[in-house]
Design a protein. Structure first.
Length: 347
């Protein structure tokens, strides 16, 4: 979730504040170089991020929970193939560089078992490049590498599990963040893990701002990024409201999504790289529903670049959150009806 004024999407029954972002200039209109040759995104799914919020450390079952198989069932029934599951670093590893907490790891294992129907299960460390409110730098980046080396050892035998190394880094120089990301990916590969790795940029991972910032832009800093295991994609987020924050009750216009993603799409193609749209979402206004449709149409038209997407968000505790696609009383949301059009095999 992006934007300077972003204080959060909604209270999700936990009294939790859901994040902050940085206000960004809207991208000028750009025409993407569409050469997908009929290739479509491989994965389409949903964020189930409830366990990524709540005050720390929190009491499990009261302040935070992992979403259940029952919560995920409607999305599997739609034909979704991917789920992005948020975790908090401080709960998995209460002391940096120390062993993982066995109780919290068991909770994550249990959640993953409940999501067995998905082809891709993305573990999302939802920490904004912070640990206990301290921003990472190139020195403390080794702590994130340590976390992921331990998680990689634990999950390397399951190729369905993907590693989203950090949610929405921000207020960190793009070159500094690249160096941290390289440490993390190297640590994962040193364990022998071959799992898919999702690498974000800084500046909240925004697609609209990927090329902004001159020499310290993600486009410059991430140029030539490589993975020793040759199995990574960039993780991009893109909201469709006025400041790309995902906090407003309407969208800028119905074509805002393709316009904001055009630049990063062209950059990815020039880099012979791929991306995963890890977060995007809209409230159910007429303009937003058309904007959502046009965004998904754009991803299909550029499926050689976009590996897949996970909508923000579902979850049992996201009541009254306008972006939610969790059914209430068995009733499908208007956003879910749009998503269904772009899910192959959807019933």
């Amino acid at each position: 979730m992006l934007g300077l004024a972003k204080l959060g999407h909604a209270v999700i029954g936990l009294g939790a504040l859901l994040g902050a972002g940085a206000l960004a200039l809207l991208a000028p209109h750009q025409t993407p170089d569409m050469r997908s040759h009929g290739v479509l995104p491989k994965y389409y799914g949903v964020n189930l991020p409830t366990a990524g919020f709540g005050h720390l450390p929190g009491v499990y079952g009261k302040d935070y929970v992992f979403d259940s198989p029952r919560t995920a069932a409607p999305f599997l029934a739609m034909g979704m193939t991917a789920v992005r599951v948020a975790v908090r670093w401080e709960r998995l590893q209460p002391v940096a560089d120390a062993p993982l907490d066995p109780v919290e790891l068991a909770r994550l294992d249990h959640a993953i078992e409940g999501f067995n129907g998905f082809q891709l299960i993305i573990i999302d460390v939802h920490n904004y490049a912070r640990y206990r409110h301290h921003k990472l730098d190139e020195a403390s980046g080794s702590q994130l590498a340590d976390l992921w080396s331990k998680l990689a050892v634990h999950y390397r035998s399951d190729p369905r599990i993907a590693f989203a190394i950090m949610n929405e880094p921000h207020d960190i120089g793009a070159h500094v963040w690249r160096n941290i990301a390289e440490q993390v990916v190297a640590a994962i590969r040193q364990t022998g893990a071959k799992n898919l790795v999702l690498v974000p940029g800084t500046n909240w991972s925004g697609g609209h701002s990927w090329n902004k910032g001159g020499d310290d832009s993600n486009a410059v800093a991430m140029k030539g990024f490589s993975d020793p295991g040759r199995n990574f994609v960039f993780e991009i987020h893109q909201y469709l409201d006025i400041d790309s924050s995902g906090t407003h009750d309407d969208c800028l216009d119905e074509d805002v999504g393709p316009r904001r993603l055009a630049g990063v799409t062209n950059w990815l193609r020039a880099q012979h790289a791929k991306a995963f749209l890890g977060e995007f979402g809209v409230p159910p206004t007429p303009v937003c529903l058309r904007a959502l449709d046009h965004l998904l149409e754009f991803l299909n038209a550029n499926g050689d670049v976009w590996l897949g997407w996970t909508y923000w968000a579902g979850g049992a505790r996201w009541h009254n959150y306008p972006y939610s696609i969790q059914p209430e009383g068995g009733q499908e949301t208007p956003q879910a009806a749009v998503l269904r059009k772009y899910i192959r095999g959807s019933r």
